[in-house]
Design a protein. Structure first.
Length: 153
């Protein structure tokens, strides 16, 4: 009896051990691995108010150190940048987004670096990544938290 129970659980134990050894979470399209391999971080940056420009530069510098890559920044409208992100031609969009942005269903909007009130809305300077790039998103989130001194939103 004991041997039968061991035989039933052995495949499960093997699966758990294999999962523990793999890199988890994973990026569906391998964004973080590609950034590290090529040494290029493709960033779309929208026009930012002066008070956020230095913060955005400091955040990109942190990402460069964390990945060993150099940021290549392109400027375009936010709509175009999101389209490039979804198409895999950008790794990151850095811009101002409201909490209720319609893009929330399409992309991963990370916790903002800073927030300000514009009329009746609160907009935040936030990194945006493609959905499913979980290792990359975790790195983006970690760098935001560290810049904010560990303070949650």
């Amino acid at each position: 009896m004991k041997d039968e129970a061991t035989m039933r659980w052995w495949p499960i134990a093997l699966l758990v051990a294999a999962t523990a050894c793999s890199e988890y979470p994973r990026d569906i399209d391998g964004t973080l691995d590609r950034i590290r391999e090529t040494g290029v971080l493709r960033v779309g940056a929208a026009a930012l108010p002066p008070e956020d420009q230095a913060l955005a530069r400091a955040y990109l510098a942190r990402l460069e150190r964390a990945t060993g890559a150099r940021a290549r920044v392109v400027s375009a409208t936010p709509e175009y940048q999101i389209a490039l992100l979804e198409d895999g031609r950008l790794d990151l969009v850095l811009g101002e987004f409201a909490d209720d942005t319609p893009w929330l269903a399409e992309v991963a909007v990370v916790e903002p670096l800073s927030e300000r009130v514009v009329g009746k809305r609160v907009v935040g300077l936030a990194p945006v990544a493609a959905n499913g790039e979980n290792r990359w998103i975790m790195l983006l989130e970690r760098e935001v938290r560290e810049m904010r001194g560990g303070a949650p939103r």
